[in-house]
Design a protein around this ligand. Structure first.
Ligand code: NAD
Length: 262
């Protein structure tokens, strides 16, 4: 199986922690040159220094950008691509704040759309011509299992994830003739700062201890534990590899079996 990404340039977003960080590590491990994008330069600098180097020519870099600042994001990514085409794009950012759909403010929807749907689209539009020229492109969007089954208490998030999944499916059909695949990875509960925020919110609402809430959530997962971020990143890295060249337009839950639908 060909998993070799030597000579490929990967732009990994939301890379300063959690799932994005794990994706940057995994892609570097497969030989890719990784550019890590997020907002904190100091954290990204440390990540870039720590990323694996599997061969002498492999180089890593970072970009500071806010996915909520559409114009700023566009300018930063355009500069990167003008210097070096991107062959692999991992679209990822922080999840929208938890809360029910009923009562959610209009601005919360617009903010989530801007940071996910719009940011993903802006980045993709900039990298696609280089992927077409290379005859190799991989776009992987980190979304959520809520694409298959909306999750209680995540109204704005559920809504935004569907929009991203529908955008990605449409794009997959349009780009397939150029050797560019577009897929979505849907994490279940994964040990990152994001899941700690969700566990804490649920515990406070239910009036139970945080540990008890985590155990309750784990009991709903057939594998009976939260994922390690590296387990999500493994699926992402596979989809970015030459071996996954015939897979496009799919949603891959990596959730320990939690999603009930097919
Ligand atoms: P996280 O909050 O731990 O990390 C998010 C990353 O995105 C960080 O690097 C952060 O700096 C970056 N980021 C946040 N806002 C940004 C912005 N405005 N501009 C640029 N970068 C920004 O999240 P995570 O747990 O790694 O999750 C990644 C994605 O997967 C999120 O969309 C999350 O909702 C989703 N998800 C996570 C879980 C889980 O259990 N952890 C489950 C399902 C879906």
């Amino acid at each position: 199986m060909d998993l070799d990404l030597t000579g490929r340039h990967a732009l990994v977003c939301g890379a300063s922690q959690g799932i994005g960080r794990a994706c940057a590590i995994e892609l570097a491990q497969l030989g890719a040159n990784v550019t890590a994008l997020a907002r904190r330069a100091d954290v990204l600098q440390q990540l870039v220094e720590a990323l694996p180097r599997t061969h002498a020519a492999q180089t890593h870099a970072f970009l500071v950008a806010d996915s909520g600042d559409t114009d700023g994001l566009r300018a930063v990514v355009q500069r990167l691509v003008d210097a070096r085409p991107v062959h692999i794009l991992v679209n990822n950012s922080g999840g929208p704040p938890p809360g029910p759909a009923h009562g959610a403010q209009v601005e919360a929807f617009l903010d989530a759309y801007r940071k996910h749907l719009v940011a993903n689209h802006v980045r993709a539009e900039i990298v696609i011509p280089g992927m077409q020229a290379a005859g190799y492109g991989r776009i992987v969007n980190i979304i959520s299992t809520s694409v298959k089954e909306p999750l209680a208490g995540l109204g704005v998030s559920n809504t935004t994830r569907w929009a991203v999944a529908s955008w990605a499916k449409t794009l997959a059909g349009e780009l397939a003739p150029f050797g560019i695949t577009v897929n979505n990875v849907l994490p279940g509960s994964t040990n990152t700062p994001r899941i700690q925020q969700i566990v804490t919110t649920r515990a406070q609402k239910s009036g139970v201890e945080i540990d008890a809430m985590q155990r309750e959530m784990e009991s709903e997962i057939p594998i009976r534990r939260f994922a390690d971020p590296s387990e999500i990143a493994a699926a992402v890295a596979f989809l970015c590899s030459p071996a996954a060249g015939y897979i496009t337009g799919i949603n891959v839950p990596v959730d320990g079996g939690r999603t009930h639908s097919l």
